[in-house]
Design a protein around this ligand. Structure first.
Ligand code: ATP
Ligand code: MG
Length: 392
């Protein structure tokens, strides 16, 4: 029954020139999303509102699912747009709308008419009253509830016709991707980093990703898992360039030269350094990780401080204050959880010491890293130069 969708977006904080950028970007994301689906859609802006209209048959559920992934959308309102052919016709259309949209008539409702077209012969108040009366008469099981109705039927009389809508489906919120620069996500096969990428993309940031692979200690399967996760995040974040860095030689070298209880922290520092180098090459303005305070030894405040010391770009850690369960909840909501919990080998855990340091100090770690001086620059250069890029 619905041929169009009214797209609502949160406007707070986006005024003036930014508002146009935001709207244009949102329209283009909606356009690209719908283009991949069956049907033919046009996306328009009319008096500061965004609509998507279908001119061919389409799958309603598929459209809703797709729009729920477009950041910047606060709500999706499927609507029926009718021509203004006078009150009698409007009345019939309203009754048909209610009949088709709500097969079970046991609900309370309120009519909320708005008249953008002031030439229209009825005032909003009159429309509310009249149409409310017609609905009650046509469907005696229904009741009016002006305070807390089950169904709020919006009737918008506009210059170019009348919109009827009552369903309001929450969108993902956030800002359209691409309106806020680009950042590099350190993406592992775990639960946290895909969530971190999602959260930063939701603020309008374009995402690239880097994965540190350590064959043969980590398998092709582990790599495929990260590719799958990047694809899942890309449903929201748009296409992601995934950089796969071969980290094996660096890891073995650290293993060989540094105290074992410091392996993880030193490894994390080299991951950050390499990710930062790749980030700068691709004009990324920040790094993103899934770190959360206290989750593991390498994420105590002391460890985070020591890891952070190698970075010159800002590091965004959107789940820093989240409990694991909070992160799991988001992972489940965005559909990455099932993939994240598949068993796999993580290059951080393979070489891990039984008792990793939890209170490393920077000077001590830097001293240990002196042992790497001979070959580390060369190894890093090779790792960066042999990076494989996969478009996800
Ligand atoms: P996650 O669930 O994201 O794997 P985690 O709880 O396992 O996180 P760590 O393994 O300590 O935590 O990693 C902390 C962060 O470092 C990750 O969230 C991720 O951003 C990054 N990271 C860890 N391992 C890798 C890797 N192999 N490739 C890329 N990034 C990684
Ligand atoms: Mg991990």
């Amino acid at each position: 029954m619905f041929q169009s969708f009214l797209i609502k977006y949160a406007e707070i904080g986006i005024k003036g020139k930014n508002r146009y950028l935001f709207e244009d970007s949102l329209m283009s994301h909606i356009h690209h999303t719908l283009k991949r689906l069956d049907g033919k859609f046009t996306v328009t802006k009319e008096s500061g509102r965004i609509y998507a209209h279908a001119s061919e048959p389409f799958d309603y559920d598929e459209v809703i699912e797709a729009l729920k992934c477009v950041f910047g959308i606060a709500a999706i309102c499927p609507l029926v747009r009718i021509e203004d052919r006078g009150y009698e016709d409007l009345k019939e259309q309203v009754i048909r709308y209610i009949d088709e949209a709500y097969p079970d008539k046991n609900f309370t409702f309120k009519v909320n008419a708005r008249r953008a077209n002031k030439q229209y012969p009825y005032t909003s108040e009159e429309l509310n009253r009249e149409l409310g009366g017609e609905i009650l008469e046509a469907f005696p099981e229904t009741k009016v509830d002006v305070h807390n109705p089950d169904v709020l039927l919006n009737v918008e009389v506009r210059a170019k016709g009348i919109n009827l809508y009552s369903r309001i489906i929450p969108g993902p919120g956030g800002m359209p991707v691409g309106t806020n620069g680009k950042a590099m996500l350190l993406l592992s096969g775990g639960i946290d980093s895909p969530v971190a990428g999602y959260m930063i993309a939701k603020r309008g940031v374009t995402i690239e990703a880097t994965y540190f692979h350590a064959p043969p200690y980590t398998s092709e399967r582990a790599k495929q898992k990260v590719i799958d996760l990047a694809k899942q995040v890309s449903r929201y974040a748009g296409p992601i360039r995934l950089h796969i860095v071969n980290f094996t030689d660096i890891q073995l070298y650290i293993y060989d030269k540094c105290p074992h209880e410091e392996l993880t922290i030193i490894m994390r520092r080299y991951m950050m350094k390499i990710a930062e180098e790749l980030a700068k090459r691709d004009q990324c303005l920040g790094l993103i990780t899934g770190e959360s305070i206290g989750q593991v030894a390498s994420q105590t405040v002391h460890s985070l401080a020591v890891t952070n010391a190698v970075c010159t770009l800002p590091v965004f850690r959107p789940v820093i204050g989240f409990d694991k369960q909070d992160i799991v909840d988001i992972a489940q909501k965005i559909g990455t959880y099932e993939t994240s919990i598949e068993p796999y080998e993580d290059c951080c855990t393979i070489f891990v010491a039984k008792h990793p340091v939890t209170r490393p100090n920077l000077a001590g770690i830097e001293k240990s890293e002196k042992n790497l001086e001979e070959k580390i620059d060369e190894l890093m250069k090779t790792a960066i130069e042999t990076t494989e890029i996969i478009r996800c």
